[in-house]
Design a protein around this ligand. Structure first.
Ligand code: ATP
Ligand code: MG
Length: 716
């Protein structure tokens, strides 16, 4: 007699259950959005633990974001009925890679306290390399080299390998050489960049079979979510680890591969059963997330892509509301109208937590943020290290980093003269040169410079003061609580004071951000833990705990779900993004379409698409035409809410005959309550401005900046 299935298995459909219960050997779950792939992974972990097949620390589970890791941990706990403690190896590729590298730092020529550079530090370092090599930063921008290096690292190519291949292109073929110099500088600084977090472990695994064997023994089960977005380096890392137990379970959806521009290779998923010949492949077809119209619209749209496996998706609930498509005169009006709709939903009792605005490019967020502030609507910005990218946060973090690891030269350089201490460029240059000549860290070089009497009296006094301050703070590092220490540092350094005295409009906001930063340190055990977290976070919740609308990029929304999803900015040039089209042609367009599919399939009950006929991009008004994706939505599943006549004839859709290219009088009636209210309020339509009549797609400096600088060679 078979024992009754444990509770956590009860809610699964037969295919899901098969995927959960097939514990041994390689497994691939290939299925569309909302079919329960992530749920399968979570339940699988619970099952492994419940059966005692492995202890928590013997399971490697890779998620795409830290937030996803957090959620998975919580859900496993719920399924088991007690907290899933000790799951040390549940995290993102980066966080797990960092953990491994800290354990074996010496094998990579690093000290365990190494710093992880973020993009900004990376650019700063590359600028130094370029300057030292007398390469004109204007002709060969640092960003371009950064992009080339990231590209090589995504493909697991070391400088030696790049050198061996054909590395023409960047800086007339010097790219590989610069890459090698950059790597050497990283080692000197006891630092790594994101790419190294996997490349160094891969190198160690290959060179030290005993280390790899140790991990083979440890990881009895391995699980990977969003497998379609793994790049070559991640793939190699996984394959090396999976040679041990072979119990590797990956779940993914080729239609949701949206990181091609960052080196993800959807082929990884397609060749899974070749790499693991005895792999079991499970397909899930029932979508539990979205109502019928939403799912139909998304499936219809993605069917336009040629390069796909093709999957069936069946809704499990009623047809529900149709997808709505609405137009606005300009981006400001779009934000106002969406704000009104959100308020209207809220009045009807819907929670803000269940609503999200998903944008194509992060510059679109600002208009929503401003509108929500005006309305007093609670919101949070998620995705991309937005908060930590702000100048005041980066400055404050730089102070903390120097205190935690005095060898962090890049951080030191950032704040040596912030606030102004009379340590001008000349002094900073002298410190850098001294550091290079003596092969010491910046603070140490600064100290020596003071002692050597090489500086003017004023600069010397200021520098001495700073070095002594750092000595003092470092001495307190393990003595007083880190939150208290952080406050103290920001006070004593004069940094908070600098903003208090500042009379510009943003100063107040910056001070609030600094307070927020200190607050956000509380849950961490110590300063190092916090710094490690920050260098790894991809997703930061602004207003955790309170009911709030989420604003995020489509890229960051992967894997998530909301009752109501607003999708603004469906305009040619913005979405699909012009840069993807220019650089990758048809493949670029297909990736954009997958992004639209991801966007629509985040919605449980309501998907609301918007487009504006005028948009302000970097202060310039540009006119735009509706996205071709709007025409690709099936009419039967869409309600066109209203179409303003902002589109004069001749601006027509890409296919010439866009349904959304109407030439009605501009004052056409708006039918949503939001619009009516907006009109009653008599808002200013604003001027379309001089750029408004220009034709053709807009060009936008969005988040694809890096992609635009892709060097043409060295990637094949
Ligand atoms: P995505 O491709 O977007 O990452 P997914 O395949 O990972 O989606 P999940 O997020 O795991 O899908 O599940 C989507 C929703 O459907 C979740 O709310 C989940 O709880 C629910 N769900 C999954 N399986 C079932 C089931 N058997 N019965 C009821 N609800 C389910
Ligand atoms: Mg998922």
């Amino acid at each position: 007699v078979r024992a009754a299935a444990p509770d956590y298995l009860a809610g699964l459909n037969p295919e899901q259950r098969e995927a959960v219960e097939t514990l041994d050997g390689p497994l691939l779950v290939l299925a569309g959005a909302g079919t329960g792939k992530t749920r399968v992974l979570t339940t699988r972990i619970a099952h492994i633990l419940a059966l005692g097949r492995a202890r928590p620390f013997e399971i490697l589970a890779v998620t795409f974001t830290n937030k996803a890791a957090r959620e998975m941990r919580e859900r496993v706990g719920k399924l088991l009925g007690h907290a899933a403690e000790g799951m040390e190896w549940l995290g993102t590729f980066h966080s797990i890679g960092a953990r491994m590298l800290r354990r074996h730092a010496e094998l990579a020529g690093l000290k365990p306290s190494f710093t992880i550079l973020d993009t900004d530090d990376q650019i700063r370092l590359i600028k130094q390399v370029l300057a030292a090599e007398n390469i004109d930063d204007k002709r060969w921008p640092a960003r371009q080299l950064a992009f080339a290096i990231d590209g090589w690292k995504n493909r697991a190519l070391s400088p030696e390998k790049v050198l061996a291949g054909e590395a023409q292109g960047y800086a007339a073929g010097r790219g590989a050489e610069l890459y090698a110099i950059y790597q050497a500088r990283l080692k000197q600084l006891n630092a790594v960049d994101f790419g190294d977090l996997l490349l160094e472990p891969i190198r160690i695994f290959r060179e030290q079979p005993d280390v790899l064997a140790q991990y083979h023994r440890r990881f009895r089960y391995m699980l990977v979510d969003e497998y379609q977005d793994t790049n070559v380096a991640q793939y190699l890392w996984l394959r090396l680890l999976a040679q041990g137990s072979k119990n590797l379970a990956c779940v993914g959806d080729d239609d949701q591969s949206i990181y091609g521009w960052r080196g993800a290779e959807v082929e990884n998923i397609l060749r899974f059963d070749k790499d693991f010949p005895d792999a079991k492949v499970v397909r899930l077809e029932r979508n539990y997330r979205s109502t019928g119209h939403i799912l139909n619209a998304a499936s219809h749209l993605i069917a336009r892509n040629e390069g796909r496996l093709g999957k069936t998706l069946r809704p499990q609930t009623e047809l529900g509301d149709k997808v709505t498509v609405a137009g606005s005169w300009d981006s400001g009006e779009e934000a106002r109208a969406i704000g009104d709709e959100i308020e209207a939903l809220q009045t009807k009792g819907h929670k803000l937590d269940d609503m999200a605005i998903l944008v194509r490019a992060s510059f679109q967020m600002r208009e929503f943020e401003e509108r929500f502030i005006t309305l007093g609507l609670n919101y949070r910005v998620v995705g991309g290290p937005r908060f930590y990218e702000r100048a005041e946060i980066r400055d404050a973090m730089a102070y903390l980093r120097v205190v935690a690891s005095p060898a962090d030269s890049l951080a030191f350089e950032r704040i040596v003269n912030v606030p102004k201490r009379g340590l001008g460029d000349v002094t900073v240059k002298a410190i850098i040169e001294r550091a290079r000549a003596d092969e010491v860290t910046m603070p140490e070089a600064a100290r020596r410079l003071c002692d050597a009497g090489a500086l003017g009296a004023k600069a010397r006094a200021a520098l001495k003061d700073l070095v002594l301050s750092f000595d003092r703070w470092s001495a307190e590092l393990d003595k007083i609580p880190h939150v208290e220490l952080a406050e103290k540092i920001l006070e004593e350094s004069g940094y908070t004071d600098m903003w208090s005295k500042d009379r510009t409009a943003e100063a107040q906001g910056r001070l609030e951000n600094l307070k927020e930063l200190v607050r956000s340190m509380e849950p961490f055990e110590n300063l190092r833990g916090f710094l490690e977290h920050v260098s790894l976070v991809m997703d930061v919740d602004g207003a955790r705990g309170e009911d709030a609308v989420t604003v995020m990029t489509l890229h960051a929304a992967k894997g998530l779900e909301f009752d109501t999803v607003f999708l603004p900015g469906w305009e040619e040039g913005l979405f699909p993004h012009q840069r993807s089209l220019d650089e990758n042609g048809r493949a670029g367009l297909e990736e954009e379409r997958r992004l639209a599919y991801v966007g629509l399939t985040r919605a449980r009950r309501r998907a609301k698409v918007w487009f504006a006929s005028n948009r302000r991009v970097h202060g310039m008004w540009q006119s735009s035409i509706p996205s071709r994706f709007l025409d690709e939505l099936p009419e039967a599943d869409v309600d066109v809410i209203e179409v303003p006549a902002a589109f004069s004839s001749g601006m027509g859709g890409v296919y010439g005959q866009s349904r959304f290219d109407k030439t009605e009088p501009f004052n056409s009636t708006y039918s949503t309550p939001g619009w009516k209210r907006a009109q009653e309020r008599g808002f200013d339509r604003g001027s379309p401005g001089p750029g408004a009549r220009s034709r053709g797609p807009m060009t936008i400096e969005g988040e694809l900046v890096a992609a635009s600088t892709a060097p043409s060679a060295g990637f094949a």
